[in-house]
Design a protein around this ligand. Structure first.
Ligand code: HAM
Length: 403
């Protein structure tokens, strides 16, 4: 028997119902905030992710599904959505238009990570990307929107925020940090030592406990921001305070992708184990430029759909539509015309096997139908059908053409 690949999952029945509920809830909310749908290819040139997510990131360094296609092109299955959307934005020359653009998307992402609970090799994200708005009001609005999505899905969360500065304040801070890290390097883990040379700020989110305790006294970017970044961050926290959205400033929150600047955030849940991030995002004001577009500020996020699947409170499903069945074989084909008529307005399940009344009523429950419509010998003779409303319990016999 052929099974799905390690770290990949089929979504069926309850899971797929949850998936659809999450996506439709998120879409409805994103539309209220002015986002429209964008679809980009799953396969992209490898260079796209190297330039955006960054050479020194784990994603590009170790986790990409990368191969040469039959035409000799170096390609990758997208590990995330933002890079492809920025590429599409630049390809369509939307960077030359004065209007602000907002896109939402959902779909599969691929990262060759070690699978564990909450960490898959193929997983799905719902995300939003907002282009052209430099104001921190947009960061606040996006955070509010994610909160609203989780509220509507019945999911509790903690919000972590940080500022990653800008090309003015980040480089001197990095230099300062490298000095600090070099001094304590003999005591840091192997990964941290490698990162001192490649991407020093990623040392800050090392999961090793010893490293974390050594890093407690590290210089913090949040206390070394330039005036503009500092003002924006203070404005963001003031807006969150005013809106009653609670948050924690996490000075070690650096995110695993290199394109961020200024606001970075993560939504976490303490109910799903060690892979606790249920959404992440932030500002990436330089990425459009890196990918050959006109300088365009941008901010966005993505929710990990599988991570929230078990947390979602599903609405009760009401009985809906018709279950149609025959008690005698001669009546079965009569159901098709009735089903065609009713399918103009509602859901219809047709049972092709004629069987006994009790057995049909079990089928009605299984289909979660509101109405049972059956044709037996008497009904066949009289040109009628028997209908029962499972909610009001009312039963009626009606002529065939009045159904
Ligand atoms: P990210 O933090 O890498 O950000 O991923 C966003 C979310 O995807 C995570 O918070 C997590 O819920 C989920 N996720 C990530 N990796 C896995 C995995 N291996 N298995 C299951 N779920 C996973 C991004 O991808 C950015 N593109 C977000 C963004 C959009 N930033 C700006 N715009």
């Amino acid at each position: 028997m052929i099974k799905p690949l390690r770290g990949m999952k089929d979504l069926t029945f309850e899971d797929s119902r949850r998936f659809v509920h999450i996506v439709t809830t998120a879409i409805n909310i994103a539309k209220r905030y002015g986002y429209s749908y964008i679809e980009t290819p799953i396969l992209e040139e490898t260079a796209l992710f190297r330039r955006s997510v960054g050479e020194s990131s784990d994603i590009v360094g170790k986790e990409m599904y990368r191969f040469e296609d039959k035409g000799g092109n170096d390609v990758c299955m997208r590990p995330e959505g933002t890079a492809g959307i920025v590429r599409a934005f630049v390809s369509a020359k939307l960077d030359r238009q004065p209007v602000k653009q907002k896109f939402y998307y959902y779909g599969p992402m691929f990262r060759y990570e070690r699978p564990q609970k909450g960490r898959l090799r193929e997983f799905h994200q719902f995300g939003c990307e907002s282009f052209g708005e430099a104001s921190v009001y947009e960061d606040f609005t996006i955070i509010t929107m994610i909160g609203q999505i989780f509220d509507e899905l019945g999911i509790g969360f903690d919000l972590l925020i940080n500022s990653l500065g800008c090309p003015e304040c980040m480089p001197p801070y990095k230099q300062n940090l490298v000095g600090f890290l070099t001094d304590i390097s003999p005591e840091l883990c192997e990964d941290c030592n490698r990162r001192i040379g490649t991407n020093p700020i990623r040392v800050l989110d090392c999961k090793n406990e010893k490293c974390q305790s050594l890093l407690e006294s590290s210089p913090k970017l949040i206390s070394n921001l330039c005036e503009e970044c500092d003002t924006d961050f203070l404005k963001l926290t003031a807006l969150l305070d005013k809106a009653g959205i609670s948050y924690t400033v996490d000075t070690n929150l650096v995110r695993g992708l290199d394109y961020y600047n200024k606001t970075a955030f993560e939504f976490v849940s303490n109910e799903i184990g060690s892979q606790s991030a249920i959404a992440g995002g932030g500002r990436y004001d330089k990425l459009v430029e890196y990918l050959d577009g006109k300088p365009t500020p941008a901010v966005g996020f993505a929710i990990g759909i599988e991570r929230i699947m078990e947390l979602v409170q599903m609405p009760e499903v009401d009985r809906e539509g018709y279950y149609m069945g025959a008690l005698v074989p001669e009546a079965v084909e009569l159901l098709f015309a009735l089903a065609a008529k009713k399918r103009q307005e509602t859901k219809v399940t047709v049972e092709y096997n004629s069987k006994g009344f009790k057995s049909h009523m079990k089928g009605v429950d299984k289909a979660n139908a509101r109405f049972a419509l059956l044709i037996g010998e008497d009904e066949l003779k009289n040109g009628t059908v028997w209908v029962k409303d499972l909610e009001t319990k009312e039963e009626r016999t009606v002529p065939f053409d009045e159904v």
